[in-house]
Unconditional design. Structure first.
Length: 486
C-alpha cells in the first residue's frame, strides 16, 4: 500500500475505530467490577441508563447496565452450624440457593481457632476450612461475624475491653484470619466485627460473664470497641482493600437492662466512624419500639449524618415467629415477608436483610419458633412467600404510594418489565391506576396461603389496559403486578 492510499484508508477507518472505542467504553462501564461494599441506591424515580445499540452484533434492548445487588440472606443458630453441620450443608444450604438467597451469616469463634495464646501456624482452622469452603462450593456468600474472644485478648468472651497484650493478639489473629479466608477457594468478602456490641458490660447477679459469647458486651466501654473495630478494619483492608467491614450489628433496643442506647454515638465520637463500611443492626417486629425496620434504620442513620457519615445499613437479623400462637403463626410469617420485605426493598433504606433462625428447633430448646423450615426440614408457607418476594422485587426500586394504597415499583429493564408491589392501607380494598405503555396484559400475582408449603401457591390473573392505564382493585394483603415496558 502506497503512502497516499494508506492515508485514505486511515481517514475511512477513523470513524469506525472511534465508534468501536465508544462501544467498548459503554460495555466496560456496564460490566465494571464492583467491590463487596454496597453501591449507592439510585434516587427514587430515577432509573439507570438503558443503552440500545443498533448494531448487527448487539441486539436492541440488550441490557448492559448494572443490575441491583441481591438483598436477602439467612442465618442459622450457631449450635446448628457447629453441631449439625452435615444436615445444614446437605439440606438447608442447597435450599437457600433454591429460594434465591445469596448469603449465609455465620459466627466464627476466635477462641475455638486459638484457645491459647499462640502463633498463626498453630491455629486450628479445620472446622472453618470445611464449612466456609462448602458454603462457597454451593454458591453462597458467607458473612463472617467474629465473636467469642479468648481470655488473653478481652476481659470477657463477649468483649468488654482489652486485657494486657490484647490489642497485639487481636491484630495478629485478624491478619491471619483474613489472609486465609479472603483467598481462594473461600473468597470471603464480608467481615463483621462482633455482634450486638452495645450489650451492657456489667455482670448479672452471680454471673461470671455479662452475656453469651455470641453476643457483645462493649456497651459501657465504647472507646474500647472503637479501638477493637479500628484494628480489625486496618488488618482486613491491608490484605483485602475491597472487603466490606461491618460494624458489629447493633441490638439498639431494651435499653438500660440489656443494651446501651448511646453506645453507637459514643463509638462514632471516639473515631469509630472511619473504621467500617456498613452499619449492621437488628430489628424484630414483636419485640421493639419501632414499627418498621426503616424507622429504626433512619434513627441510626441520623447519628451518622450528624457526624458527616453516610454508610449503608444492613438488617442482619430479623424474624417473626410461627409459634407460640400469641407471638405469631405460619400465616403471619407469610404476611410479614410479603409486606415488610417488599417494603424494605421498595424504600431502599435497608439495603440487605437476613432472616435469623432459618431452620427451626423444637420448642423444648427455645421458647420461640423463629424458623421458616420445620425441625424435620419441611419448609413452611413462609418459604413460598420468600421465593415470591426474592424473585419479584429484583429490580430498581421507587416509591409511589397514595393515601389509599402502598405502592412500590421495581424496574427490570433486562426483562423489559416493571413489577409493582401493592396493598391497601386500610381494611377495605382500594383502587389504583397503573400506567400502561402497550396493549399487552398485565399479570396480577397473589399468594394463596395454605397450611403447608405445598398448598401455598401463587395464583396469576391478567388485566388488559383501558385508555393507557391498568385499573386495579387491591386488597389489604400484598399483590404483585407485572407490566411489560418498552
Amino acid at each position: 500500500m502506497n503512502r497516499s492510499a494508506g492515508r485514505r484508508w486511515s481517514r475511512k477507518m477513523q470513524p469506525v475505530l472511534g465508534f468501536a472505542v465508544l462501544l467498548a467504553a459503554f460495555v466496560l462501564w456496564g460490566w465494571r467490577g464492583r467491590s463487596a461494599a454496597e453501591q449507592p441506591v439510585p434516587r427514587r424515580e430515577t432509573l439507570p441508563p438503558h443503552y440500545e445499540l443498533a448494531l448487527p452484533l448487539v441486539a436492541q434492548h440488550f441490557w448492559i447496565g448494572e443490575r441491583p445487588s441481591p438483598t436477602f440472606g439467612a442465618q442459622l443458630f450457631e449450635f446448628q452450624t457447629h453441631g449439625q453441620t452435615a444436615e445444614v450443608l446437605e439440606t438447608e444450604v442447597p435450599r437457600l440457593r433454591q429460594v434465591g438467597l445469596w448469603s449465609l451469616r455465620t459466627v466464627l469463634y476466635w477462641r475455638d481457632i486459638e484457645p491459647n495464646d499462640t502463633t498463626p501456624e498453630h491455629y486450628n482452622w479445620q472446622f472453618y476450612d470445611k464449612f466456609i469452603g462448602d458454603l462457597r462450593a454451593e454458591g453462597i456468600e458467607p458473612l463472617i461475624s467474629i465473636v467469642a474472644f479468648p481470655p488473653f485478648a478481652t476481659r470477657y468472651f463477649c468483649g468488654g475491653g482489652f486485657v494486657e497484650g490484647g490489642e497485639t493478639a487481636w491484630r495478629e489473629f485478624a491478619h491471619a484470619l483474613v489472609a486465609r479466608y479472603s483467598a481462594p477457594p473461600y473468597n470471603v468478602r464480608l467481615w463483621e466485627i462482633g455482634n450486638e456490641p452495645d450489650g451492657v458490660t456489667s455482670l448479672p447477679p452471680g454471673g461470671t460473664q455479662p452475656t453469651r459469647a455470641e453476643t457483645g458486651c462493649w456497651g459501657n466501654v465504647p472507646a474500647d470497641y472503637a479501638s477493637f473495630l479500628r484494628i480489625g478494619y486496618q488488618e482486613i483492608k491491608a490484605i483485602q482493600p475491597d472487603a466490606t467491614v461491618i460494624f458489629g450489628s447493633l441490638a439498639y433496643d431494651v435499653f438500660e437492662a440489656w443494651f446501651v442506647k448511646d453506645f453507637f454515638s459514643k463509638v462514632l465520637d471516639a473515631g469509630g466512624g472511619q473504621s467500617f463500611d456498613v452499619l449492621g443492626f437488628h430489628w424484630f417486629p414483636r419485640a421493639t419500639q419501632w414499627a418498621t425496620a426503616e424507622a429504626k434504620a433512619l434513627e441510626l442513620r441520623q447519628y451518622m449524618r450528624e457526624r458527616g457519615l453516610d454508610k449503608p445499613l444492613w438488617l442482619t437479623e430479623t424474624y417473626l415467629p410461627s409459634n407460640p400462637p400469641e407471638r405469631g403463626s405460619p400465616g403471619e410469617q407469610v404476611d410479614f415477608i410479603l409486606r415488610d420485605f417488599a417494603a424494605m426493598r421498595g424504600e431502599g433504606i435497608v439495603r440487605k436483610v437476613w432472616w435469623y433462625g432459618w431452620w427451626s428447633v423444637p420448642l423444648s430448646v427455645t421458647p420461640v419458633d423463629r424458623g421458616l423450615v420445620w425441625p424435620q426440614h419441611q419448609p413452611k408457607p413462609g418459604v413460598r412467600a420468600l421465593e415470591l418476594v426474592v424473585d419479584l422485587t429484583d429490580g430498581f426500586p421507587s416509591r409511589h404510594s397514595t393515601a389509599q394504597v402502598t405502592a412500590y415499583r421495581f424496574d427490570r429493564p433486562w426483562q423489559s418489565e416493571q413489577v409493582w408491589a401493592l396493598w391497601a392501607r386500610g381494611s377495605s380494598p382500594a383502587s389504583i391506576e397503573l400506567p400502561a405503555s402497550s396493549n399487552q396484559p398485565a399479570e396480577v400475582i397473589r399468594l394463596e396461603v395454605g397450611d403447608t408449603y405445598a398448598t401455598t401457591v401463587p395464583v396469576t390473573t391478567t388485566v388488559l389496559p383501558t385508555s393507557s392505564v391498568y385499573q386495579l382493585t387491591v386488597p389489604g394483603t400484598p399483590v404483585f403486578v407485572r407490566i411489560p415496558s418498552p
